[in-house]
Design a protein. Sequence first.
Length: 216
Amino acid sequence: MATLLHIDSSVFTGEASASRAVTDAFRTTWQEQHPDGTVIYRDLAAHPVPHITADAHTAGFADPAAHTPEQAAAFADRLKLIEELEQADAVLIGAPMYNYTIPSTLKAWLDSVILLGRTAGETPSAKGTPVTVVASRGGSYAPGTPREPYEYVQNYLTAVLADALALDLDFIVPELTMAPHMPALSELLPLFEASRDRALQDAATKAKALAERFAA
């Protein structure tokens, strides 16, 4: 049976998080289709992974037999995350936009799993694995909008997930998520609701299609 690696990074929980609502819809549909499958779950807000250190970084380019005790311990943490990515048949990531970019906890996870010569480079070890990113944001940064130049989430994640790791990348983008909470944005509520409903439907549709692919 297929394995789903599910990563959330929103600092908010439950209904307060737009990205978690959509990743939950995806995962629920996936598990309905794959009741005997495996889900590896990481909540990076509740249980952040260590930020990259000099020992963790240099260990990735050194002979394991020559690792110092500090390098060995730091690299073991990286290796666990890398192996989770490599064993996944599909990846689901909740990536809300904070101050124009991804949460630092998600960046820390990426810094650990991007390893030149293994997950990145000429023959990336997880190449072709489908990854669905729920890139929620409080406003709109879509092409043609005034804030388009500040869209650093999809651009950055395309560079690291699709280009560096060679994953098969797909985005779901719930936007205008601040509309229900800011009176100044109240006129945008219908657009927010349409975006939310479309994102939830996309999550269920994409999860079902992936599950059916692996069940075939």
